[in-house]
Design a protein around this ligand. Sequence first.
Ligand SMILES: [Zn+2]
Length: 185
Amino acid sequence: MPIIKSTSNANILKEAEILRDKLISHGIEAEVDASDITAGKKFHIWEIKGVPVRIEMGEKEVAENTYTIFRRDQNKKYKIEKSNVVKVVEDLINKDIPKELLDKAKAIYSEKIVYVNNLEDAKTEIYKGRVAKAIWCEEKVCFEKISSLGPSIEPIGSLVGETKEGKCIACAKAASKLTLFGRTY
Ligand SMILES: [Zn+2]
């Protein structure tokens, strides 16, 4: 993201394009936004697009041999040495950001999903905004029984590779398929 003011236009833009090509040669998708709108608007547009890393380069950065990096996943900005930029971006894209997203997803997953073995508990948990994990037999009649717990409650996905010997939450027949129940919107 070149932050351009009239006098510095050509140099900063050139530098941005060189860096873009260098990143691309390292297998990183990169673009220069040289459009003529305010920096704030540019930042917003690219954040909405989901671009994980922004490199800001303005007169100050270029003079100090630094760039400002913005990490979308942490909503944080910090300065880096110009000479490290490719390594920093590679680490962010390939390691740090995927790990952060995975950790967040895992935390949400474990907090939201609660194992239950009866319909009453399933209903209670779902009404608390959680997802109930339970064994069921996959029969239509049980689907209906579970769905009748409340508006838009239904099985929302089975857990691939996860089974547990037990009884169907609805009919109490022996079953082993673990499924998530919750509200669908
Ligand atoms: Zn059943």
